[in-house]
Design a protein around this ligand. Structure first.
Ligand code: PMT
Length: 392
């Protein structure tokens, strides 16, 4: 794990950097915090000190601080300097090479990669000076994460919000590439809900984490991504087109709409195999000791896509609790897939609703690759690269 110098400049988004600090630490990184004088108008150094567990660096000319870890030591210590939020003023100072406070001095003195997460009023972001400054920083090798669009603290709406801490951490460690440029991936994720009456439904334990991670990985590697998602509480990666559905029939319709333009289809959703024959329009009363609900089989979305006259490259998942390889290979053949990921869902540290997974990927020619237990982001990145390699 690495040493991250989190440099906080003065914007309202500084409060989000407290969460950012915690998330970086959660990933096992050592974090030290530098704050500008304006940042301290929004959040106190004590807050960052309590979260990071280390004194916060605020002064360029402070004898005590310099004796402990001075600006040159800080610049040398950092493996990455992350400026979040990076205000328009800070960006301008970086472009001009100013060293008039601790933040700018450390940036000038460091050999570590510098990453900025801009945050400012949307008009300030659009200003030609800011745009030129960002372009100059990019040319110099500074990575820019965001900003995001949305409602702003000043009441306006537009580009300029700091990217959410979770996504900054993600983008910091899984950078973008153009490996899949020109490809369109359609991915299903999450459960489906098969409504019984207005308040009850049949569903399963899928959280969507695996499918969303695959969508993110494919997008990061340059693909255009359409994510067809059942009801989950996750946010898709910025740039991924997300189509929200509830039932298996809705998922099938959304998939079929996007499949004609797709190069790859990854079916990661846990589609309910059955749905009630009838939807009861009023809430069912508990009058009877036994209640029978008649079910009918849902269409198999993946099988339907693989049976199209010119199907995309089709990848399925086989969620199994026993005889993993046998059932996975059977689904590969029966559904006429290119690849299948055998997913052991009998173990509660992987699979459904956990942060980690482990899969063995079987191909038509009998080859198999095991992706050992790891976080779903890593499994997704490995899987997307494997799919791309197998296709080409
Ligand atoms: O969402 P998470 O909590 O992160 O969990 C991830 C996961 C365990 C759900 C995922 O990794 C996984 O294994 N997904 C497939 C679950 C499943 O429904 O498997 P299955 O063996 O029943 O279906 C086989 C394949 O056919 C799957 O690719 C499935 O998406 C597809 N299918 C199934 C039924 C159906 N009606 N239509 C389909 O497209």
């Amino acid at each position: 794990m690495s040493n991250i110098l989190l440099a906080v400049s003065g914007g309202i988004a500084a409060y989000k950097s407290v969460e950012l600090c915690r998330r970086l630490q959660d990933q096992g990184h050592e974090v030290r915090v530098v704050m500008t004088a304006s940042a301290m108008e929004f959040v106190t150094p004590l807050t960052f000190q309590a979260i990071s567990g280390h004194p916060v660096h605020t002064e360029l000319f402070d004898l005590a601080a310099e004796a402990a870890m001075g600006h040159i030591e800080l610049a040398r210590w950092a493996d990455t300097v992350l400026i979040a939020p990076a205000t328009a003023n800070t960006l301008a100072k970086l472009v001009a090479g100013f060293s008039d406070d601790l933040l700018t001095t450390v940036v000038t003195a460091t050999a570590a990669p510098v990453v900025v997460a801009p945050a400012m009023n949307q008009q300030m972001y659009q200003a030609s000076t800011t745009q030129e400054n960002l372009a100059t920083l990019k040319q110099r090798g500074v990575r820019v994460i965001g900003p995001a669009a949305g409602a702003q603290a000043c009441g306006e709406v537009g580009m300029g919000r700091m990217v959410e801490p979770e996504l900054i951490v993600d983008q910091l460690f899984y950078p973008h590439s153009e490996l899949l440029a020109g490809q369109h991936w359609v991915i299903t994720a999450g459960p489906t809900r098969e409504q019984i009456d207005p308040v009850r439904f049949l569903s399963n334990n899928s959280s969507g984490k695996m499918g969303y991670a695959i969508a993110k990985a494919a997008h990061r590697l340059g693909a255009k991504v359409t994510l067809v998602s059942g009801p989950v509480s996750l946010l898709p990666e910025a740039g991924v087109t997300c189509v929200k559905v509830k039932s298996a029939l809705q998922m099938q319709q959304a998939v079929m709409e996007h499949i004609p333009a797709a190069d790859v289809f990854v079916a990661c959703a846990a589609v309910a195999d059955y749905r009630p024959v009838d939807f009861v329009t009023q809430k069912i009363k508990k009058n009877d000791e036994h209640l029978q609900i008649q079910l009918v089989k849902n269409p198999d979305i993946l099988q339907g896509v693989a049976a199209l006259p010119s199907p995309p490259f089709c990848v399925g998942f086989a969620a199994e609790t026993e005889r993993l390889e046998h059932y996975a290979k059977d689904k590969l053949q029966r559904k006429n897939l290119d690849l299948i990921c055998a997913n052991n869902v009998s173990c509660n540290t992987i699979g459904f609703d956990s942060d980690e997974n482990a899969v063995t990927v079987f191909s038509r020619d009998g080859e198999s690759v095991t992706l050992p237990q790891s976080c779903k982001s890593k499994i997704a990145d490995q899987l997307v690269r494997l799919i791309n390699k197998t296709m080409s």
